[in-house]
Design a protein around this ligand. Sequence first.
Ligand SMILES: [Mg+2]
Length: 100
Amino acid sequence: MDKVKELQTIIREFAEKRHWIRENNGKDLALSISLEANELLECFQWKSSSEALETNLGSIKEELADVLIYCFRFADEHGLNIEELILSKLKKNAIKYPVL
Ligand SMILES: [Mg+2]
């Protein structure tokens, strides 16, 4: 099993054990990605990037993990392959933003 699928299984099992899995909850997962991204942003509020990283690294790591966990759940729930999504988007970005 590849590492991404292994992580998705661990995350899904974590949610299942707590009865957090619901059908058709793409909207809630997308909302959760955004909310956790804002919690990540909050770690930087009123600080420079370097100040935030020096003083809030623990929280930054936790909020980044929350964002990634919901991204992995979203992809898992919708049968989307994360590796394919990223590689496909990078390919598209390379065309849109050519190296000058
Ligand atoms: Mg959080």
